[in-house]
Structure formats: C-alpha cells, structure tokens
Ligand binder design. Structure first.
Ligand code: 4D8
Length: 255
C-alpha cells in the first residue's frame, strides 16, 4: 500500500467527517461560552423521567442520522453487503457519537452542548442514570486530554465504525482490510503532526470505557422499557431500531 493511497483514504474520511459533523469548529467556538443558567438547569432537572428520555432519544436519533451519512461516504462501506453495513452501524454508532461528543465538550468546565447551550452532568439528572452520565462525562474529559484534531477524530471514528470483530459479520476480512488502511492513515496523520508517538495507543486504550458505556446504556434502556413501555414505544424509530436488544432485522417487505 502506497503513501498515495493512504493519503487518498485520509482525504475521503476527513471530508466525509467534516460534511456530516452537524457543527463546524467555528460554530462550536462561538457556542462555547453560552451556558445554561441555574434556572434553566433546574427546569431540565424537574422534567419527568419519561419526558427527558424522550428528549434525549430524539437527539441521539438525530445525531445517528449524521453518523449513517458519514458511514455511507466512507469509500468501501457501501461495497460491503447490506447485512454487514447494518451490523457495523448498530454496533458502532453510539461509540462514534461518544467520540463526536468531544467536539461539543468543554473540559474546562465539564460541560456538553445540549440543545444550543452547554451544561454539566446535573442537566441529565431526570434521566435517573447518574452512573451512565458520569461515565460519559469522564470519557469526555479523558478524550479531550488527547487533544485530537478533526483529522484524527475523523480517522478514529471511521476505524471504530469499521471494527471487524463485531458479532455476526459475514465478511469480516473485508472490514479488517478497510480498518487496517484507516489505522495506517491515522498513524500517518499522527506522525505528520509530530504528536507523541504513543497517541494512537492512548486513543485505542479508551475503547473499553466506550464499550462499557454502550452496555450501560443498553441496560438502562431495557430497564426503562420495563417501567415505561408506552413511552419506549414512542421513541424515535431509528433509536428503537439501533438499540433494540434482539438482533433482528425488520424486513421492509413485511411492514
Ligand atoms: O453533535 O446532536 O447536538 C448525549 C446526547 C451529543 C446523551 C449531541 C447528546 C450527545 C450523548 C444527549 C444525551 C452525546 C450533539 C447532543 C446530545 C453528541 C447522554 C449527551 C452531537 C454530538 C453531544 C452535540 C445520555 C448534537 C449520553 C444517554 C441517553 C439516554 C437516553 C439515557
């Protein structure tokens, strides 16, 4: 594999990332200091658990649409069989979302962008998932310490999405080959920036915490569904589809 090909891969992935990011770096810089007031935070906290879940699932589902668009623009992804495309997106999209979160995370005051303003963990109190939320914020802090550029973030999210070890993949060799090239491009990008040479291994070392968070989210969702089946039924279709516990694909011909 040539430097030329690695450059081409990097360009494609970075372009896809920037085109599907929701916010430009410029926009985020402007938003960075608009914080929720204590009254606004209190208003969020006093929402019902169901309303807050509904609201968050809506944002997650909206953000997932951008991740799907990102995946589709990565060279090679659409050439995978449809089965594998779905498996990779279902398994990886929350991880990608958590990585993308660092662009909208301010480690100086531990806040994240939510509906146009920044707020801390307290904002999500009504969800009743304190352990999940504090893990998400901890991840935000540790990822921000790596000071990833948009190029590094783009390549890392693509590598996470193209994980060949997801269960039930039929062409994992093909996925492996794509991921290998993306990791090579990422390594190349890191060297270009003269960053610490162990930056890639530091990035990879955050994957277990991300996996823990994904599993915690699934546990919370399962529990919520037991308590509030009606609300859960009305979650956005994409959210339900991605996080339904059964690995079952609805056949559009049957609906
Ligand atoms: O660009 O879409 O505006 C998080 C959600 C980010 C969850 C969103 C969230 C994001 C996960 C709301 C609730 C990450 C951006 C905003 C909304 C990802 C937590 C914080 C997007 C990047 C920051 C900024 C709660 C956007 C993890 C878990 C959810 C449950 C339903 C329990």
């Amino acid at each position: 594999i040539s430097v030329l090909e690695i450059d081409r891969i990097a360009q494609n992935v970075v372009k896809s990332h920037l085109e599907t990011c929701q916010y430009t770096a410029e926009e985020l810089k402007h938003l960075a200091w608009s914080l929720y007031s204590p009254e606004e935070v209190r208003a969020l906290q006093s929402k019902s658990c169901e309303a807050m879940w509904q609201q968050c699932s809506l944002h997650i589902s909206n953000a997932i649409q951008y991740v799907v668009e990102f995946a589709k623009r990565i060279d090679g992804f659409m050439e995978l069989c449809q089965n594998d495309q779905i498996i990779l997106l279902k398994a990886g999209c929350l991880e990608v979302l958590l990585l993308r979160m660092i662009r909208a995370f301010n480690p100086l005051n531990n806040t994240v962008l939510f509906e146009g303003k920044f707020g801390g963990v307290q904002m999500f109190k009504a969800l009743g998932c304190d352990d999940l939320i504090s893990a998400v914020f901890e991840l935000g802090r540790t990822l921000c310490r790596l000071q990833l550029s948009d190029e590094e973030l783009a390549l890392f999210t693509a590598a996470v999405l193209l994980s060949p070890d997801r269960p039930w993949l039929t062409e994992s060799k093909k996925v492996q080959k794509l991921q290998d090239k993306i990791y090579m491009a990422l390594q190349h990008e890191i060297q270009k920036k003269h960053s610490a040479e162990d930056k890639l291994s530091k990035m990879v070392s955050k994957l277990p915490l991300m996996k823990t968070i994904c599993n915690l989210h699934l546990d919370k969702l399962e529990f919520f569904r037991l308590l509030h089946p009606e609300t859960a039924m009305n979650f956005p279709p994409l959210y339900k589809e991605v996080f339904n516990s059964e690995l079952q694909y609805s056949d559009p011909r049957e609906s």
